[in-house]
Ligand binder design. Sequence first.
Ligand code: FES
Length: 140
Amino acid sequence: MDTFEPQIVAFCCKYCAYAAADLAGSMRLSYPPNVKIVQLPCTGRVDIFHLLKAIEDGADGVYVAGCLEGECHFLKGNLRARKKVEYVKRTLVELGIEPERVEMYNLSSAMGPRFAEIAREMTDRVRELGPSPVKAEAFA
Ligand code: FES
């Protein structure tokens, strides 16, 4: 039997999560190759549309990783991102899609191990949920 390998898109702020991903790489910490990283200047730039579009385009899970609360370089970008993630979760519920497919994380550039842990956590969570129903519909 084929094992389902989820496709995950991670919208990462360049000041924290993206730098943490780099650090994880230099520390030779492995994390699942399922995660495709999209770099942003700040998670405040992520749009509800980007998150929904990623799912529509076939991602089984999506997450946003921004600076720790109170440490966004643009003051409240990460707080705005969290609200957008929560909005998308509610929208998914209305569409009959598991809201756990979308998540918001906060970390610092020094948290390479945490970056790898988040990538594993999301991959395991989405693997358990199975393929996105959007994907299943598209190929039905
Ligand atoms: Fe990192 Fe805003 S600068 S989330």
